[in-house]
Ligand binder design. Structure first.
Ligand SMILES: [Zn+2]
Length: 301
């Protein structure tokens, strides 16, 4: 078997509206079948999208956990019901099975166009390598963080997040929309080229591996007492070392990075992560040699 259907999810977070618009625009100009691959489109969280908020009860993109199916209380939450619906319909054993899920997000951080991977699945590596090769996109590899699990794309055999910013929540930006359009348009084409041996995977995949997240400085009452330092603003993916400024508090005191490791911060000041007590996440750069097994597993999807 090969890839037959790709699920394109927009509005997983209801206040990230540019992907929803991009899909609307894309659907107007495209045939449903191209390169033998069909796209399915769905708004991940329609109730939150209608209200212009991130979610109704809980974050949908942390709600795809198998064990939750057995939890009666959690099943009454809107997003958990929605997660089950999406898997029942578009999951690999669903009524309209999709082999790949692409989840479209925006961020208020200055991340540019980037790919987010969850764990080290070879099929994901293959797809990410195709996109990194074509567009030179940075990849954030999220793994081993027990406080953050249940991501949508993990419920499919292959899948990744496209994360584009900076753009404010609930604010339309045609430049951001155009970037989504380019990615959606080229997905099937790149997969088709790989299938027909017209391209090879690059020799290596460059990833930024999640190391952990840090909170804002807080006062004794737990209120935020420090903002992202001006020198750190918009500097996502840029290397920092010991002594570089991170935050500036209300008395003008600078909080500095005091680790010994070289670190590449991402999601700097992301608005949606304030509630998660995340001011930025730390990553470490890693180069992974590509492997024929990636293509082999991808083609057997
Ligand atoms: Zn999002």
């Amino acid at each position: 078997m090969t890839v037959q259907r790709i699920l394109i999810v927009s509005g997983t977070h209801g206040n990230e509206i540019n992907p929803v618009w991009a899909v609307k625009q894309f659907k107007r100009g495209e045939n449903s079948l191209n390169y033998g691959i069909e796209y399915e489109y769905i708004i991940g969280n329609p109730a939150a999208y209608e209200k212009g908020c991130r979610y109704i009860d809980v974050d949908l993109n942390r709600s795809f956990k198998e064990s939750e199916n057995f939890n009666q209380h959690k099943n009454s939450l809107y997003e958990n019901k929605r997660a089950n619906f999406l898997v029942d319909k578009f999951g690999i054993e669903g009524s309209k099975p999709c082999q790949i899920a692409i989840d479209l997000h925006t961020t208020t951080a200055n991340m540019g166009t980037s790919i987010v991977l969850y764990g080290r699945r070879f099929k994901d590596f293959c797809l990410a390598a195709l996109l990194q090769n074509k567009f030179g996109l940075p990849i954030y590899l999220h793994e081993k963080d027990k406080s953050q699990t249940g991501f949508l794309v993990e419920a499919w055999p292959c899948g990744l997040v496209i994360e584009i910013g900076a753009v404010a929540q609930n604010f339309y930006d045609q430049n951001i929309i155009n970037r989504f359009l380019i990615i959606i348009k080229s997905l099937r084409e790149e997969i088709d080229k790989l299938k027909n041996n017209l391209i090879e995977l690059p020799k290596e995949l460059i990833v930024h591996v999640h190391q952990g997240s840090i909170d804002y400085p807080r006062d004794e009452k737990g209120n935020i007492d420090g903002l992202i330092h001006p020198e750190r603003m918009n500097q996502d993916w840029k290397l920092i070392k010991k002594g570089d400024p991170l935050f500036l508090n209300s008395q003008g005191i600078i909080h500095k990075y005091d680790g010994d490791q070289l670190i590449w911060p991402v999601f700097i000041g992301e608005v949606a992560y304030k509630e998660k007590k995340i001011a930025m996440s730390y990553t470490k750069k890693e180069v992974i040699s590509s492997d024929n097994q990636w293509v082999y597993e991808f083609e057997s999807l």
